[in-house]
Ligand binder design. Sequence first.
Ligand code: ATP
Ligand code: MG
Length: 561
Amino acid sequence: MEEVGTGLLDRLDAMQRVAASAPGGPLLIVAGPGTGKTRTLTHRIAYLCAELNVFPEHCLAITFTRRAAEELRHRLDGLLGPVAEDITVGTFHSLGLTILRENAAAAGLPEEFRIADDADRAAARTEAGDDPTAYTALLRKQGLVDLDELLTLPVALLSEDRALVERYRDRWRWIFVDEYQDVDAVQYDLLRLLSPPDGNLCAIGDPDQAIYSFRGADVGYFLRFSQDFTDARLVRLNRNYRSSAPILAAAVQAIAPSSLVRGRRLDPARLDPEAPLVGRYPAASVADEADFVVRTIDDLVGGLSHRSLDSGRIDGRSTALSFGDIAVLYRTDAQAAPIVDALARANIPVQKRSHDRLRDRPGVAAIARELRHAGGLEGGLAARVRLAGQVVAERFATPTLDGGGAVRPEDVRVAVDLLTPLARRCGDDLELFLSQLATGAEVDALDPRAEAVTLLTLHAAKGLEFPVVFLVGVEDGLLPLRWPGSTPDEDAVAEERRLFFVGLTRAQDRLYVSHAARRTRQGAERECTPSPFLDAIDAGLFERFGEAEPRRPRDRQLRLL
Ligand code: ATP
Ligand code: MG
């Protein structure tokens, strides 16, 4: 546990301190990338609890992904110690689930209701045909709710029951929402019910990183915060601690044409005069682009003959960079394959991260059902997941028995591997495990300590930072993304530009952008031009890499031994 007390705010800069120690009432923190939003948010909660005698159980901290919620929980534990356990930390969906569990009867649900999985939904859809009410009735008859209903049902319940609203307002007197720019209509309704207009609601976010409108998020809620909540206090954080000055300058220029933040400022806290410019590589082809990534990584990390295998150290000294410091970002998942192949050929370890939900993977639903229904499984949760996997796989080895859906044994094996980290994190709490699964726990192929290059989409990169970032496929048609032959509207292009901004601002020390002159899309090879987004950036901020002599990556066999 870190030291609490006056020292708590010492680790913040002046504006972060203003935000963290602001009095109660509505508070909006508008903060650009790398300005320390999570740091400020967690310190505010810790400060309120440790210094102002706010009870942790009166605090509710909401984020959008389970990963972000875990990160918040982890940081709060670090700042406050065991009392942090009393703070409610979760996603909007887990919050909805809590409210429904506590009010199942009032919501017309059985005590033991559960969230419909894919098989349940498919069955209900087949039986109900086109009739959406019949569909819901079928789910209800089996004590099931749909994922969407984790939010719509609590909103309906609270809208009709003033006393219930007051009870929750009394319980969660302090509410904190991270990434507020991503709220959608129903999440917003829920927040307005839980927080009175003059309540202690602290919303934090960056409108210029709003990248989820395709999922119904509406940055408009962020922009009109001060109309919705009385006498809202506004704090801006402008100091970016993450990126070198050239990277930050490029990012600020890139977002300028469609910034949603009036008078946006992002001042670099890092002013190293030696900081490298943004690398730009015009590749002849996708293969050439992948080769550039491999070559550059090879140069940055250096030959392995000097490296000990597991620590990224030379003779006990820390080397400048290791594979875990590097990320390759792209707009669409389809772009990953050539990069993965090229890295694999060079024996560079990779880990891919996606936004896929565990519950959507084949085999996962069957295992979850087995866990729920078979009482006889023994041991810790991870062991029970393994056993349930065996039971499911065996059932498929006996084709007279009903398997409950088409799952192959290898799917089951993969599913067990994917579920194990979640099972470990949930300790022995089966209910927690199942509810996290149901509310969208992501496939977690990412180990933050892994000595591997991370590959991820721009959407999945949100909130993260890496010393070295490659942003590949910065081409018209991919960024902004557009189907060949179609014209996206202005709003869609603006959102793509924000996505570009998110990508650029993940980089701490080195950033490389590349574009290929030819690329296969929709089955046809096409000529590509660089993204128009690059035009907003001064040429002087780029260091252009020519089509250098291809060099063979250094031998990495050592690593495999
Ligand atoms: P994003 O919008 O990308 O999510 P963010 O605003 O959440 O960014 P953080 O990830 O919290 O930013 O912080 C960015 C980096 O800056 C982190 O490495 C963090 O430790 C560091 N940082 C933040 N505030 C300070 C500070 N006052 N002093 C030193 N480092 C800081
Ligand atoms: Mg953040």
